[in-house]
Design a protein around this ligand. Structure first.
Ligand SMILES: [Zn+2]
Length: 131
């Protein structure tokens, strides 16, 4: 999958369980979103499908509910923006993230995936940003 040049550094997205790069194989990567009984996000865990996903799900048992989105879907520009708007809507009027850690993990996920969502900057735009 094409990565744009919007950031100077190319941060990798690693599996939260085994540490493998998830950008190597988008089709084998998913994002586990764990919510509590109040529907607040408890954890955001990018991971490999199958074994790593099963291990992470078992860490968040009890009253928590796990949803997931495929990484290949998350970097679809339309779905990416829908996800961002979901978060904006959730921040209006209630506590969407159960912890600062979950919020920071979500922000990190968005930043790392953004180069796969965005287009390349033009040479003129790069110059105007001093890059
Ligand atoms: Zn893994």
């Amino acid at each position: 999958m094409h990565r744009s040049n919007v950031f100077r550094s190319n941060d990798d997205l690693l599996c939260s369980h085994c540490g493998e790069s998830l950008f190597e194989d988008f089709q084998n990567a998913t994002i586990l979103m764990v919510t509590d009984e109040e529907n607040s996000i408890v954890a955001v865990k990018p991971c490999c499908k199958e074994a790593c996903l099963a291990e992470l799900k078992s860490e968040f048992h009890g009253d928590n509910v796990s949803g997931q989105i495929q990484l290949s879907d998350f970097v679809n520009p339309y779905i990416f923006l829908k996800h961002i708007f979901f978060v904006f809507d959730g921040m209006r009027g209630r506590r969407l993230f159960a912890s600062n850690e979950a919020f920071e993990d979500y922000k990190s996920l968005v930043k790392k995936c953004y180069p796969f969502v965005s287009r390349d900057l033009t040479a003129e735009e790069l110059l105007s940003q001093g890059l």
